[in-house]
Write a protein that binds this ligand. Structure first.
Ligand code: ZN
Length: 311
């Protein structure tokens, strides 16, 4: 059974009308998965103890954000109004990415139905990201006796700037960011490997560049664990991405990551990352490709029993 990590709080915190954060997509995706005859097993994360965050974030920033005393200008940079529910949601989703790592180490692969807060830096958040779950989960993985190096493969359309700065002086966390070169954030600090792509990049060009880059990253760094941000904001209809990748291209990208990790026997913890559409139901099939790709890669003998894995 494929471990899928989810909590109902992911779609449950107050946002002003018209806010572009796709709050409902998490529960829509979970409902869609439940409706499929797929061999998945759900796990509900526990809320993370905020002190854990002080290993990667500035303690003053953590305390101020948790207690609601962060200056308004810094909350505006994050892009959410402060609420107790927002903090609970954020800490639960951080617990979710670490649980996803645990399940991936146990079972080879696991998927988190949120996560990918790659714009959170040491002492400030931005772009809907409060705390960096990718670095936190990488740190968590490194506490396992079998994991000495983690590769973060960030395929969200936006550059993983917070992840890059937080991992800058670490040899045990390697960062790879594949992103649109003319998109947020304007300042893009260096990841270990950056693969910028021009506006309008289509599926064929994307895969032609990305797959050899992934192969090279795995060969060069030989990680013991991969954390994969499978953002679908590379899709041609995404409202915050400027690329032209189609749904089949996203499916091929996700399959390529899982196939490479499986071939090297590297456990992979995947998070769904970004994806922005006013009609949030349109995001569900795009994010569902990640689950489908994992099922096809790791449970391929089940295809005859679960025909709609292949669609
Ligand atoms: Zn994004």
């Amino acid at each position: 059974m494929l471990p899928v990590i989810y909590h109902s709080i992911y779609s449950d915190f107050p946002l002003p009308d018209g806010h572009r954060y796709p709050l409902q997509k998490y529960q829509l995706l979970k409902t869609y998965i439940e409706q499929q005859p797929w061999p998945v097993q759900s796990f509900e994360p526990e809320i993370l103890n905020s002190d854990t965050l002080k290993a990667i974030h500035d303690a003053g920033y953590v305390d101020a954000l948790i207690t609601g005393s962060l200056p308004l200008v810094k909350m505006r940079r994050i892009g959410f109004p402060w609420s107790h529910a927002l903090i609970q949601r954020s800490l639960t989703s951080l617990g979710g990415t670490t649980l996803t790592v645990d399940k991936a180490i146990e079972q080879g692969v696991a998927i988190h139905l949120t996560g990918g807060y790659h714009h959170a830096h040491h002492d400030f958040g931005s772009g809907f990201c409060l705390f960096n779950d990718l670095i936190l989960a990488a740190n968590h993985a490194l506490s396992s006796p079998t994991i000495e190096k983690v590769l973060i493969v960030d395929c969200d359309v936006h550059h993983g700037d917070g992840t890059a700065t937080l991992a800058q002086h670490r040899s045990d966390i390697v960062t790879l960011s594949v992103h649109c070169d003319k998109n947020f954030p304007s300042r893009k600090p260096e990841s270990d490997i950056d693969l910028p792509m021009p506006i309008g990049t289509d599926s064929e060009s994307y895969l032609r560049e990305f797959i050899p880059c992934l192969t090279l990253a795995l060969a060069l760094h030989q990680p013991d664990m991969v954390i994969y941000d499978a953002g679908v904001d590379i899709h041609t209809d995404d409202e915050l991405g400027y690329m032209s990748v189609c749904q089949a291209g996203i499916a091929k990208r996700d399959s390529a990551v899982f196939a490479a990790c499986k071939a090297h026997q590297i456990p992979v913890a995947a998070v769904i990352g970004g994806g922005y559409r006013t009609d949030q139901t349109a995001l569900v099939p795009l994010h569902a490709e990640l689950i489908r790709a994992a099922l096809k890669t790791y449970f391929s003998n089940l295809e005859t029993h679960y025909p709609n894995i292949e669609s």
